[in-house]
Design a protein around this ligand. Structure first.
Ligand SMILES: NC(=O)c1ccc[n+]([C@@H]2O[C@H](COP(=O)([O-])OP(=O)(O)OC[C@H]3O[C@@H](n4cnc5c(N)ncnc54)[C@H](OP(=O)(O)O)[C@@H]3O)[C@@H](O)[C@H]2O)c1
Length: 363
């Protein structure tokens, strides 16, 4: 048996190709192993960031590829087509982290009613969320368009939820405006939605490219929308917080110099613009810091007790998900050429923000 895998050159993401890898025959799978056919997966700028940070954050180790290449992790759905685990049946549907491929073999462990994890040695030493699979057979919330929205947005919305919670817990560091870069991104508009609906008195400002201004305005969750070149036309005499999905060193420096000591918080979240310099100068205002989601989850898990994070996140997701019908068009792509095209278009910033791409390499 063979799997078709899409791999990219680690030091030049423009180079990409398909390879075939050999899979064990179902009868030769080791004890506890599952063979999974990967049905469909979401692809957004977040996946490109995984590739950019592949070495630093160990993303490349999750789904091994030939030397100097990597297989980008994606969120999606798979179907168990062979099982050597007594607690998992053929035909089961799983939601979780997959490679861009047709198949994956995992070592099922910690099998419970709701999920399981991959205990393969090379997948250890990363955050638990990257090894966990939810058992979603028959769950309507993970089927059809709703399922696509889960794959496209739920992992991103967790970040939106945590940043909103973190800022609110810290009383926005005294700011009464929050600026978001790459305001058109799914992660940013999830956060804008939470700030807009829950944090009265906080002004939400979206910074985006000229081509995406209309879309960002149409979202209805930003009080003001500005193109990047106009960001410094904002008054600089009141306190602001900055949540940065774009990761542009030039934009960050310009904003810090404009707002000076009124820049009360400067959180780094993303790298959509792929123009971060490794050596950034000292900037006026709050020191830019990476927002590290697992820290906030751990803190809240301690404070809110068992199930507390899930319950609050679930409630936030339930209020957000229905708004996606008018904000997001799901676009399907099947087969190798569609996958390659969406990958390259995402890499080059050519995907319109209202689109959410669901891909499949499966025949
Ligand atoms: N730290 C974390 O834990 C965490 C969690 C979730 C997401 N994130 C990060 O948040 C960012 C947004 O991810 P997403 O999946 O929500 O993105 P997305 O919805 O795919 O965002 C698309 C937007 O990003 C900008 N963009 C994308 N590619 C570009 C390119 N090549 N050149 C210039 N602009 C480009 C454009 O926005 P504008 O025109 O508005 O700039 C575009 O409309 C990613 O960097 C992701 O890794 C981080």
């Amino acid at each position: 048996m063979k799997s078709t895998d899409f791999i990219v050159a680690r030091n030049d993401l423009r180079q990409c190709k398909f390879i075939e890898t050999r899979l064990p025959e179902p009868a030769a799978l080791p004890d506890e192993a599952l063979l999974i056919k990967i049905d469909r997966f979401a692809f957004t700028a977040n996946n490109i960031t995984y590739a950019q940070l592949g070495d630093q954050v160990k993303y490349w180790q999750l789904f091994p590829a030939p030397e100097n290449f990597g297989n980008i992790p994606v969120w999606g759905f798979g179907e168990v087509t062979a099982s050597r685990h007594p607690g998992v049946e053929i035909g089961e549907r799983l939601f979780g982290y997959f490679p861009m491929a047709t198949h994956l073999v995992i070592e099922a462990a910690s099998v419970s009613k709701r999920g399981l994890r991959d205990a393969a040695a090379h997948r250890q030493g990363v955050a638990a969320v990257y090894n966990a699979y939810a058992r979603v057979s028959g769950d309507a919330a993970f089927a059809g368009r709703e399922g696509d929205c889960q794959a496209l947005l739920r992992p991103l919305f967790m970040l939106s939820f945590l940043v909103d919670d973190f800022l609110s817990e810290n009383d926005f560091y005294g700011a009464r405006s929050v600026m978001l870069s790459s305001a058109s991104s799914k992660t940013a508009f999830g956060l804008a939605h939470l700030l807009h609906t829950q944090r009265k008195g906080i002004r939400v400002i979206g910074l985006t490219s000229a081509i995406n201004v209309d879309f960002v305005r149409s979202l209805g969750c930003y009080d003001e929308v500005l193109t990047y070149d106009r960001a410094t036309s904002l008054p600089s005499d009141s306190p602001v917080a900055f949540v940065d999905m774009a990761g542009s060193s030039e934009l960050r420096a310009r904003l810090h110099r404009h707002f000076g000591e009124q820049m009360k918080y400067s959180g780094r979240v993303g790298l959509t613009h792929r123009s971060a310099s490794p050596d950034e100068p000292e900037l006026p205002g709050a020191k830019p810091v990476w927002f590290f989601a697992p820290d906030q989850i751990r803190k809240r898990a301690r404070e809110w007790g068992p199930g507390g994070v899930d319950a609050r996140f679930g409630a936030a997701w339930s209020a957000f998900a229905p708004t996606l019908a008018k904000r997001l068009t799901v676009v399907e792509g099947r087969g190798a050429s569609a996958v390659k095209q969406v990958y390259l278009d995402t890499l080059n910033g050519h995907i319109p923000p209202e689109q959410g791409h669901m891909l499949s390499l499966a025949e």
